[in-house]
Write a protein that binds this ligand. Structure first.
Ligand SMILES: Cc1ncc(COP(=O)(O)O)c(C=O)c1O
Length: 463
């Protein structure tokens, strides 16, 4: 095909195939002679347009980033221009700082969980997680606890792909190609009760069971060897897994009893995704460290951050103690200015109130999907939901045919054709997930639910 007869998507895919390596992508399958990429050219409100001009509801907010959708560019451009005119760059390094990062750290302390006053900035989620690990190690070492070299994480959890964060990520396919992990990590159960014994439907019973398992793991490893436990308020991987009541307070109790630090990985759940500034606020979490990224700038600039409680800073800020850790672009003035403007807009436009007002309706619409034969479970909170699909085999598994026809083909294809970007995970337990922009109104949430219903109804009929 000559370049003049190619669509913009074909043209861009061919160029990408020659020059661009994508994340988590079989790069050799795209470009000239291969499949086309999905090329997003522009965005407006909660919608994005592809390179050929087709419009989609961005049911995933970018990748859980674009809390405000795509139409606040003029305000962000103004914030960016002001900042760049004043100061394009200055590092937060060797006792040097700039006013915008200082202001942002103060602003974050105002909305952070109680006892959290300090922030260490970074470039994204994995860097924030690595920072949490290093701060935890510094904390323990400065207290004379240098045997605390292990982490506890949860099955199926994703905490990023840099080598340290990867150690905390429970996905052998992602970890094994890179050899032994940088951090010795013990994985314990997450809080997914779908398919478990009926008594696990009771929060008290299930929480007690999870905490007993965790305590046994701590004792087996040796409590004096555990530096931290990391968990998301609602675990993304495995499909928006919410905790039972009492779980986070139970984690706090065990962290205090055995002396390790509790890290809430809020890379997805912070900044309104669950209707609060921090997802942990929905579950009475009292973490020592909180990792954030993605929604901190609503996707208008890259940034990560690790929020640190006073209990920890009282130790790591002891006179003479140096925090030997850093990133050149940590707290970049441009990203900091954008984050500040985003927090301002979220407050001014009552974005959290929108999630709080709409979340009950979304929950009802999503729960109705369990009437469909293909949908085994629906879980989530706020503007963050997943359906776990069950197949044609005894016990809910998928035959190769049903997996190939429905999970790998029909469901993702129909969602796309209907104009909805949602995430379809073709894993042992297949999932369809949504995380719409937090500006979505009821009509848009209904449209998303209608598309999911139509698609999963058609797929159910073919089961
Ligand atoms: C919970 C969680 N932690 C950490 C990360 C890593 O963030 P990043 O991709 O910005 O490094 C992610 C990314 O999706 C995440 O979901």
């Amino acid at each position: 095909m000559t370049s003049s007869t190619r669509t913009p998507t074909e043209e861009l895919s061919a160029t990408a195939g020659r020059h661009l390596l994508l994340n988590m992508t079989p790069n050799g399958s795209f470009g000239q002679g291969g499949q086309d990429l999905f090329v997003v050219r522009s965005g407006e409100g909660p919608y994005v347009d592809d390179a050929d001009g087709r419009r989609y509801i961005d049911g995933l907010s970018g990748l859980y980033c674009c809390q405000l959708g795509y139409s606040y560019a003029p305000e962000f451009a103004d914030a960016a221009a002001r900042q760049l005119r004043e100061l394009c760059f200055s590092p937060l390094w060797s006792a040097s700082a700039h006013p915008t990062a200082i202001e942002l750290s103060e602003r974050l302390a105002r909305i952070a969980p109680v006892d959290i006053e300090h922030t260490f900035f970074s470039g994204g989620g994995a860097e924030a997680v690595e920072t949490a690990w290093k701060i935890a190690r510094r904390y323990h070492a400065l207290r004379g606890d240098s045997t605390r070299t292990k982490a506890i994480s949860r099955r199926g959890a994703y905490h990023g792909l840099t080598l340290g964060a990867l150690s905390l990520t429970d996905d052998p396919g992602l970890r094994e190609p890179y050899g032994p992990g940088a951090i010795e990590t013990r994985f314990v159960s997450n809080t997914n009760r779908f398919g478990l014994a009926p008594e696990c439907a009771d929060d008290d019973v299930y929480t007690a069971r999870l905490l007993a398992e965790l305590e046994a793991a701590i004792l087996a490893e040796g409590p004096e060897t555990i530096a931290l436990l990391i968990a998301e308020p609602v675990q993304n991987r495995g499909g928006c897994i919410t905790p039972p009541q009492g779980y986070w307070p139970g984690l706090r109790t065990l962290a205090d009893r055995y002396g390790f630090l509790l890290v809430a990985d809020e890379v997805i759940t912070a900044f309104g995704r669950l209707g609060e500034w921090f997802g942990g606020d929905c579950y009475a979490a009292r973490p020592d460290l909180v990792t954030v990224a993605k929604g901190i700038t609503a996707g208008y600039a890259p940034m990560g951050a690790t929020l640190v409680s006073s209990k920890v800073t009282e130790v790591i800020n002891r006179p003479g103690a140096v925090l030997n850790h850093g990133y050149t672009f940590a707290g970049h003035p441009l990203s900091a200015a954008i984050a500040l403007r985003s927090l301002e807009i979220m407050e001014r436009d009552r974005i959290l109130d929108n999630v709080r007002d709409q979340q009950g309706h979304l929950a009802t619409r999503m729960a109705a999907l369990t009437d469909l034969p293909l949908v085994g479970d629906v879980r989530g909170a706020g503007f963050f939901y997943a359906c776990e699909l069950v197949g044609d085999l005894e016990g809910g598994g998928f035959s190769d045919r049903a997996r190939a026809d429905l999970v790998a083909d029909l469901v993702p294809r129909r969602l796309r054709e209907a104009g909805l970007l949602a995430r379809v995970y073709n894993r042992a337990a297949p999932l369809v997930q949504i995380a719409p922009p937090l500006i979505s109104d009821r009509a848009l949430l209904d449209r998303i639910a209608d598309i999911l219903t139509d698609t999963l109804t058609e797929a159910s009929a073919r089961l």
